[in-house]
Design a protein. Structure first.
Length: 54
């Protein structure tokens, strides 16, 4: 498998509606579903859930 097929780049968008995004890689074998991580949103000024967008 090529590098990009197993660990693709994914964008994580804030659920607070600020439009802030993080870009990361994920392992498709361990996380076949969409990622949801709790990270800091500097626009909102607090920690919020970031969900993977496609």
């Amino acid at each position: 498998m090529a590098r990009n097929e197993l660990r693709p780049l994914v964008a994580l968008r804030s659920t607070a509606g600020t439009g802030h995004t993080y870009v990361t890689r994920k392992n498709r074998r361990n996380d076949p579903d969409r990622l949801a991580l709790r990270k800091f949103d500097p626009v909102a000024g607090r920690h919020v859930t970031f969900r993977e967008e496609r």
